[in-house]
Design a protein around this ligand. Structure first.
Ligand code: HEM
Length: 144
């Protein structure tokens, strides 16, 4: 039982790292996209890169992190009554909302609707930085 739990946790952390690789890169692509919006070649390339980052890295990474997280939770249902885990889940919900906003941004940019400035795209990285900080501190330190 313990070995299964540890293998699931190792795979969970690998899935989370994959997801975060996309989370911390996607708005940099959007920033470049806004900066090069007058170049047809550059915007065509960035559209493909953004779509692949979402389809190949971010959504599969999120789905695997969630599935493995639920499998772990299934072995430790007592966590649901603990505040550190409840706050972790709230921050994970925030991370999923950030992922959905990136999907929405990619679709609007693909239509040439640049509703975020270059600076706003670069500032977007503050969001997952704070959320990931909360998640890791909650699950490792368990302060309450
Ligand atoms: C961005 C999303 C997530 C991140 C960054 C994350 C991060 C982590 C980390 C670093 C650990 C290892 C903690 C340790 O060994 O002390 C862990 C364990 C765990 N995670 Fe996640 N996780 C995420 C999403 C989820 C989700 C969605 C669930 C459940 C629905 C979940 C459930 C668990 C459980 C039950 C453990 C095992 C805790 C233990 O060691 O007893 N995680 N997570």
């Amino acid at each position: 039982m313990r070995v299964t739990f540890l293998w699931l946790k190792a795979l969970h952390i690998l899935a989370v790292i994959t997801w975060m690789a996309g989370v911390f890169y996607i708005y940099r692509l959007f920033a470049f996209h806004v900066a090069r919006r007058d170049s047809a070649d550059a915007t065509a390339l960035l559209r493909v890169m953004e779509r692949r980052m979402l389809r190949v890295v971010m959504w599969p990474g999120a789905a695997l992190s969630l599935a493995l997280g639920l499998a772990l939770l299934g072995m430790r249902m007592d966590y649901l009554s603990q505040h550190w885990f409840q706050l972790k889940l709230a921050a994970v919900a925030g991370m999923l909302a950030y992922n959905a906003h990136a999907e929405y941004t990619a679709r609007r940019f693909a239509r040439g609707e640049y509703f975020l400035t270059e600076v706003q795209n670069r500032l977007m990285h503050v969001v997952p930085t704070v959320l990931l900080g909360v998640i890791v501190v909650m699950v490792v330190v368990r302060p309450f």
